[in-house]
Design a protein around this ligand. Structure first.
Ligand SMILES: [Zn+2]
Ligand SMILES: [Zn+2]
Length: 269
């Protein structure tokens, strides 16, 4: 499959992105890789919603939308010629109905990405005392289904990737999710018209499952193949926090990953 879109890019408005991750540098890097639809998605917690962590507080709606000023510059306008440029956001999800964006604010963005699994944010997104794979799995599946019930996400990003534990933990947790459990989740996503993200980190070579560049985790291939069989649509997200990862070929790896899962149905925005 030929990938021509990427709607998960962090500019340096995101506190965790590299300073060199300017909108212009990201535009140039994506353009050079043949990406034609480019969606910025900086981290966001809307001030209208109580509960921002200290880290999220400065990353509010005005902050994230200020990228539009940069995109209006002569340099960005020149780099954007012939491309479709979108301004979205990656908000936060704390479980239940606690999502970091109001419906009013969501309408200001071209798309809204919701992560079910920023579990590295202990005692905020995730209870610090849950460290066993089955406990993590139970919360993971519940969060995914709760996001679908919100009916707010354009795409659910890096699904079922347990962050904040050992490097093997995402795969260990995934290995405990049955085909039927995945099916239930992905059918809910299809019904909610929420795309499933093919994430740049997920397509990263998995050290625990072979060393070739085309070796992807069998657990990721199983997950995404089931999502395809359930009729889901997919979004593409490099999740780049610097231009280097784009120049490094993340989109080509994502193409090989999509091919390994038989995926062709990519969300068009
Ligand atoms: Zn994320
Ligand atoms: Zn991200």
């Amino acid at each position: 499959m030929h990938i021509t879109s990427d709607i998960h890019l962090h500019s340096n408005l995101s506190a965790c992105a590299k300073p060199e991750s300017t909108p212009a540098a990201l535009l140039k890097a994506c353009r050079d890789q043949g990406i034609r639809t480019i969606g910025f998605s900086d981290h966001l917690w809307d001030k209208a919603v109580p509960g921002a962590s200290k880290w999220y507080q400065p990353q509010d709606v005005d902050h994230v939308l200020s990228i539009k000023k940069a995109l209006a510059s002569d340099e960005c306008q020149e780099l954007s010629r012939g491309l479709k440029i979108l301004v979205g956001c990656e908000t936060e999800f704390l479980g239940g109905k606690q999502v970091g964006i109001s419906r009013d604010a969501a309408s200001l963005f071209d798309f809204v990405l919701i992560p079910p699994d920023h579990f590295h944010m202990k005692n905020y997104v995730f209870p610090a005392d849950v460290t066993d794979p089955d406990g993590i799995k139970t919360i993971m599946i519940r969060r995914f289904m709760e996001i679908m019930a919100l009916d707010l996400a354009t795409a659910v990003v890096h699904p079922f990737h347990a962050m904040g534990f050992t490097p093997e933990m995402p795969y260990t947790v995934q290995s405990r999710i049955s085909d039927n459990e995945y099916c239930e989740c992905f059918i809910a996503a299809k019904q909610a018209r929420c795309a499933i993200e093919l994430n740049g980190c997920a397509a990263r070579r998995d050290e625990t499952h072979g060393s070739g560049d085309d070796q992807f985790s069998p657990e990721y291939i199983r997950m995404m193949t089931i999502a395809r069989e359930c009729g889901c649509t997919f979004s593409i997200g490099s999740d780049a926090h610097s231009p280097e990862s784009i120049i490094g070929g993340v989109h080509k790896r994502l193409e090989r990953f999509a091919d390994a899962c038989g995926i062709t149905d990519i969300l068009q925005l």
